[in-house]
Design a protein around this ligand. Structure first.
Ligand SMILES: Cc1ncc(C[n+]2csc(CCOP(=O)(O)OP(=O)(O)O)c2C)c(N)n1
Ligand SMILES: [Mg+2]
Length: 670
C-alpha cells in the first residue's frame, strides 16, 4: 500500500525541519535527512519502542544514528516525538552552547544514546548495546517474567560500512548471532567527495550474509514506501538468530536539485535550492521551521504510547520483584550504576614478603576478587586474556548459546572491542572492561576518545606497558602511547608501581563512574613495595620514600620505574644526596589536587627533579620544571631480553643514580 498523504506530510516535516535548521546555521548535511527521512519515519512511528518523556526508560529500544553527520534527522525526530527538544534548539543547530551540536553528543539532547560522527563507531556501539541486552536478558529474565527485551536499531551509511571498525563489529555480531540488532543501511551510492562507484563496489549482500547476517534489500521503488520499510523491519525482528541488515536504496538529497550528488552531502542547500526543494515536495516556502499541526499531533502521540508501554513494563517489573526480590534489587542497583558495598574489603592487600608479582597478575587477582560481588563487571580481551590476565574465572563466556557469560571474546578486533564496550556502557546496567597490550591502544584510540568525550564508564586494561616487555621488540614496545592517552581530556590514566597500587587503581576505576579509566600494567614481575598498602593513590602522586637528610633531589616515576628509583635512591643516599622518590601513578589525579598538596609532594624550592619513565618524555617538563630532567625513551625499543633492554636504554639503578647526581649537583651550583 502506498503512503497515505499524512505519511508524506509527516516525512516532509522531518525533512524540512532538517533543511531549515541547516540553512539557518549555513552549515550541516542536508543530503542524509532528505534521503533517509522516510525509513527513519517507518522505524520511529511503526516500530521503535520508546518513551520520550523518559529517555532513560531501561527497556526502550536503542536507536543509534551511526551516520552522525545526519544529526538534524535525529534532532528533528526528537523534537517531533516530544523528547523536550524544542524548536529553539533546532534554531540553535551548531551554535555555541546549544543542545544540537554538529554531530549528536550523548546526553546533550535528551534521547541521544551515543556520540556519533566518526564513521563506523556508532555501528560498533550498537553491537555492544545488543550484547548488553542479550546478557542482561539471559541473567535476569525468568520464565513468565521478561524484563529485559528490546531491539537495537541503527541507521548506517556508506561511510559507516566502509570503515575498518565496522568490519570487525559486523564480524563479531555475526559470530555471536545478535538477533535483536537491526540496521537500516542508507544505501545512496554517494559519499562526501564522490559517487561510491569510485570507492565502494563490493557485494554488500553476499558479504553480510557471509558474515552471518540476515540481509534484505528494499529497492529504489520502495525506499520511500513506509509500509515496505516497516515490513522489512518486521521480518528482521522475526529473525532471532542473526543480526539484520536492511539495505534501503535511497537517494541522497531526495527532492532537491542536487539529489543523487555528493553536492547535497555536506553543505546547506542555499536559499534558491531550498525553495526549489520545498516546491518539488509540495511544502510551503514560509515560514521556516513550519510543522503542520496535524503532523506534530501525530508524532507527539509517541509520548502517551511511550508512557503506557513504560507503565506496563513497570507493572511487569513489580511482579518480577515480588517473585524474585533479590534479582530485582540487584538489577535496579546495576541500572542506577551504584556500586555494591564492601568492594574495598574484597580487594586483596599485598606485602613485600609475597615476593615479586607483575602488575598484570595483580590486576587479574583484583578483578577476580571483586567479580562475584560486582555482577555488572563484564568484558574481555582481544584474544589476549592469557597475557593480560583479565579472564573472569568461573563466570562463563558470552557466546551464542551462553548469553549469561561475563567473558566476552572479542577476538583479534581491538577497534570493535573499544567501540563495542562503549556501547555496553552506554546501554547501562553493565560496567565493561577491555584488555590488550598497551601498544595496541592505538587500535582502540578512536573509541577511547569517544568514551572520554561522552563520559562513559569503561575500564581499559593495557598490559605489556613498556620496552621492558623485552623480546617481542619494537613493534610491541609502546613508546608514545602514554603521552597520547594522557593528552585525551576526560580520561584517567593510571600506571601503578606494584600490586598494591594496582589494587587501588582498580578500585578507583570502578568508583569513578563519570569517565573512562585506563590501567597500564606490566608484563614483568615487580617487587611489592613497602609503603604502597593504603597509600593515597587517588591523589595521583605521593611521597613513597623520603630523603634521608636534606632534600637535594626528587625522583618522580610511574609503574615499573618506581622500584627502579628506590634502588637508585639507595645509591644516591650512599653518596650523601638526599633523595625523595615520588610515585606518580596518575597525572590527571594529581592535577586535580589542591596546590598545597602538590607543593608538598613536589616542593617548588626543589629544582632538581628527575622523571623516570620508560616511555616518551613528552609532557614531563610540567612536573620536572625548568631545572629538572627526564630519563625516558627517544627512539623505538629493541628486541632483547629484559635485562639487556634495560641496560641499553639506561633503565638501571646506576644510570638513574648518575643522572640524578649530576642533576642535583648542577642545580645546587646555580
Ligand atoms: C572516521 C571518519 N572519517 C571521515 C569522516 C568525514 N566524513 C563525514 S561524512 C563522510 C562521507 C559520508 O558518506 P556517507 O556515509 O555515504 O554519507 P552520505 O553522504 O550518504 O550522507 C565523510 C568522509 C568522518 N565523519 N568520520
Ligand atoms: Mg552515502
Amino acid at each position: 500500500m502506498p503512503n497515505t498523504p499524512a505519511d508524506d506530510l509527516n516525512i516532509n516535516a522531518i525533512r524540512f525541519l532538517s533543511v531549515d535548521a541547516i540553512e539557518k546555521a549555513k552549515s550541516g548535511h542536508p543530503g542524509l535527512p532528505l534521503g533517509a527521512a522516510a525509513m527513519a519515519y517507518a522505524l520511529w512511528t511503526r516500530h521503535l519502542k520508546h518513551s520520550p518523556s523518559n529517555p532513560h526508560w531501561f527497556n526502550r529500544d536503542r536507536f543509534v544514528l551511526s551516520a552522525g553527520h545526519g544529526s538534524m534527522l535525529l534532532y528533528a525526530l526528537l523534537y517531533l516525538t516530544g523528547y523536550g527538544l524544542e524548536l529553539d534548539d533546532l534554531r540553535a543547530f551548531r551554535q555555541l552552547g546549544s543542545r544540537t551540536p554538529g554531530h549528536p553528543e550523548r546526553d546533550l539532547a535528551p534521547g541521544v544514546e551515543v556520540t556519533t560522527g566518526p564513521l563506523g563507531q556508532g555501528f560498533a556501539n550498537g553491537v555492544g548495546m545488543a550484547i548488553a541486552e542479550a546478557n542482561l536478558a539471559a541473567r535476569f529474565n525468568r520464565p513468565g517474567h521478561t524484563i529485559i527485551d528490546h531491539f537495537t536499531y541503527a541507521i548506517v551509511s556508506d561511510g559507516d560500512l566502509m570503515e575498518g571498525v565496522t568490519q570487525e563489529a559486523a564480524s563479531v555480531a555475526g559470530h555471536l548471532g545478535l538477533g535483536k540488532l537491526i540496521y537500516l543501511y542508507d544505501d545512496n551510492h554517494v559519499s562526501l567527495a564522490n559517487a561510491t562507484d569510485v570507492t565502494y563496489t563490493e557485494g554488500i549482500e553476499p558479504k553480510y550474509e557471509a558474515l552471518g547476517w540476515h540481509v534484505q534489500f528494499v529497492g529504489h521503488n520502495e525506499a520511500y514506501d513506509v509500509g515496505a520499510v516497516a515490513r522489512a523491519i518486521e521480518a528482521a525482528q522475526r529473525v532471532d538468530d542473526r543480526p539484520s541488515l536492511i539495505i534501503v536504496r535511497t537517494t541522497i538529497g531526495y527532492g532537491s536539485p542536487v539529489a543523487d550528488s555528493y553536492k547535497s552531502h555536506g553543505e546547506a542547500l542555499g536559499k534558491e535550492n531550498t525553495e526549489k526543494t520545498k516546491e518539488a515536495l509540495g511544502w510551503p516556502l514560509y515560514p521556516p521551521f513550519y510543522v503542520p499541526e496535524e503532523s506534530l499531533a501525530f508524532f507527539r502521540g509517541a509520548v502517551e504510547r511511550g508512557r503506557v508501554a513504560e507503565n506496563a513494563w513497570e507493572t511487569r517489573f513489580e511482579h518480577y520483584a515480588a517473585a524474585f526480590p533479590a534479582e530485582a534489587a540487584e538489577l535496579r542497583r546495576m541500572i542506577a550504576g551504584e556500586l555494591p558495598e564492601g568492594l574495598a574489603k574484597a580487594i586483596p592487600t599485598f606485602s613485600p614478603e609475597d615476593g615479586e608479582i607483575a602488575t598484570r597478575d595483580a590486576g587479574g587477582k583484583v578483578m577476580n576478587a571483586v567479580a562475584a560481588l560486582l555482577p555488572e563487571l563484564i568484558g574481555g580481551s582481544a584474544d589476549l586474556d592469557p597475557s593480560t590476565k583479565t579472564y573472569l574465572k568461573g563466570l562463563g563466556d558470552f557466546q551464542r548459546q551462553t548469553r549469561q557469560g561475563r567473558n566476552i571474546h572479542w577476538g583479534i578486533r581491538e577497534h570493535a572491542m573499544g567501540a563495542g564496550s562503549n556501547g555496553l556502557a552506554a546501554h547501562g546496567g553493565l560496567l565493561p572492561y577491555t584488555a590488550t597490550f598497551l601498544t595496541f591502544s592505538d587500535y582502540m584510540k578512536p573509541a577511547i576518545r569517544l568514551a572520554a568525550l561522552s563520559k562513559l564508564h569503561v575500564v581499559c586494561v593495557f598490559t605489556h606497558d613498556s620496552i621492558l616487555l623485552g623480546e617481542d621488540g619494537p613493534t610491541h614496545q609502546p613508546i608514545e602511547h602514554l603521552a597520547a592517552l594522557r593528552a585525551v581530556p576526560g580520561l584517567t590514566v593510571l600506571r601503578p608501581a606494584d600490586a598494591n597500587e594496582t589494587a587501588a587503581a582498580w578500585l578507583h576505576a570502578l568508583h569513578d563512574r563519570g569517565r573512562p579509566t585506563v590501567l597500564v600494567l606490566t608484563r614483568q614481575k615487580l617487587p611489592v613495595l613497602a609503603g604502597t598498602a593504603g597509600a593515597p593513590i587517588e591523589r595521583g602522586a605521593y611521597v613513597l620514600a623520603e630523603a634521608g637528610g636534606a632534600l637535594d633531589l626528587i625522583l618522580i616515576a610511574t609503574g615499573s620505574e618506581v622500584s627502579l628509583c628506590l634502588q637508585a635512591r639507595a645509591l644516591l643516599e650512599q653518596r650523601g644526596i638526599g633523595t625523595r622518590v615520588v610515585s606518580m601513578p596518575s597525572w590527571e589525579l594529581f592535577e586535580d589536587q589542591e596546590q598545597a598538596y602538590r607543593d608538598e609532594v613536589l616542593p617548588p624550592a626543589v629544582g632538581a627533579r628527575l622523571s623516570v619513565e620508560a616511555a616518551a618524555t613528552l609532557g614531563w617538563s610540567r612536573w620536572v620544571g625548568d631545572h629538572g630532567a627526564c630519563v625516558g625513551m627517544h627512539t623505538f625499543g629493541e628486541s632483547a631480553p629484559i635485562a639487556a633492554v634495560a641496560e641499553h636504554f639506561g633503565f638501571t639503578p646506576v644510570h638513574v643514580a648518575e643522572r640524578g647526581a649530576a642533576l642535583a649537583v648542577g642545580v645546587a651550583k646555580r
